[in-house]
Design a protein around this ligand. Sequence first.
Ligand SMILES: Cc1cc2nc3c(=O)[nH]c(=O)nc-3n(C[C@H](O)[C@H](O)[C@H](O)COP(=O)(O)OP(=O)(O)OC[C@H]3O[C@@H](n4cnc5c(N)ncnc54)[C@H](O)[C@@H]3O)c2cc1C
Ligand code: FES
Length: 336
Amino acid sequence: MFTIENQATGKVFRTEGNGPILDDALIHGLNFPYGCQKGFCGKCKATIIEGEVGYDTDVPNGITPEEVADGMALLCQCHAKSDVSLVVEELDSLADIKVKILPCKVESITHLNHDVAQIFLKIPGAESLQYFAGQYIDLIHPDFEPRAFSIANAPKNSNLIELHVRLVDGGKFTHFIFNEMKEKSLLKLEGPKGDFFFREDSKKPVILLAGGTGFAPIKSIVEHAIATNLSRQIYVYWGAREACDLYMDLPQQWANTHDNIHFVPVLSEADEAWQGKTGYVHDSVLADFEDLTGYEVYACGPPAMVKSAANTFVAQGMIKDNFFSDAFVFAYTKEK
Ligand SMILES: Cc1cc2nc3c(=O)[nH]c(=O)nc-3n(C[C@H](O)[C@H](O)[C@H](O)COP(=O)(O)OP(=O)(O)OC[C@H]3O[C@@H](n4cnc5c(N)ncnc54)[C@H](O)[C@@H]3O)c2cc1C
Ligand code: FES
């Protein structure tokens, strides 16, 4: 095991040394910059201050011999051969993230319940998408206007993007996804988009409020928090109509395995068998937290839920600047 230290931020992680340094940095939740992950684009370049790195094959094209002589390395291709101190500017704001249009292939479609499908999109070749936990993409198909969907997996070193798509009554694109789109279908995506992303520099406890498939970006945030060993208290509230609409049991697993993660499911149309909370999900938060002054809130889902939470939480002490949200308005209204 070797220790890698980024002198630009003071952050440290450990690596076995048998894979690219970039992979381990991303797995440990460090936002190292990258692009192609294939040694072509040079976006993952870092200056090695101390220690030794090596490449499995020839030095890749994305770095010049002069840069190598100056102590630079491509972190997507090189592995550590000793403890390493390096300097690389980690991404810490949206300004650092480039919105791209990328081709993608449907890797799998899994129906999680009667009206939610989990879709994995694979970005082929030398491209990948860098994003912050919580952001979304626009899915582009030549027969439709682009449609927004939140990214459900954590920003790790992966060119697989997970989406949770709810079938909208009379919705053209979601009907296409449910009835016609097949594995291996080719689409494009544009992203990452949105300023709904997890603020990592804060120490405040966090309330994550999800309505329906608003759980998707909340999942990305919690998976990222787990990957970075975040010790802040995290309260996940997931609201839905009926028990079958809570389409994953992951949040309960997080709560069972992490002392700082708590999960409260809330149903608005529960049947007699339901033992948990009932009503609107934001009302459960209000009932459980008398004073929201010291909390950060991330809310995602139907516009009505997001709006009600914003208004009522402020009345209960929440500071407006500590409220972050994405309302699932449908594509056209958002564009107007
Ligand atoms: C930032 C952002 C992130 C999003 N993330 C997700 C996500 O992760 N998962 C997900 O399932 N959805 C998400 N949405 C919503 C998603 O974009 C819409 O459900 C989708 O565009 C509907 O497309 P459609 O062609 O099926 O419906 P359309 O054909 O565009 O709409 C058909 C009719 O259905 C109604 N309608 C459509 N969408 C909605 C809606 N969201 N709420 C209420 N009524 C609606 C309207 O009355 C509309 O006239 C997100 C939206 C935004 C803005
Ligand atoms: S990410 Fe493109 S060269 Fe490393």
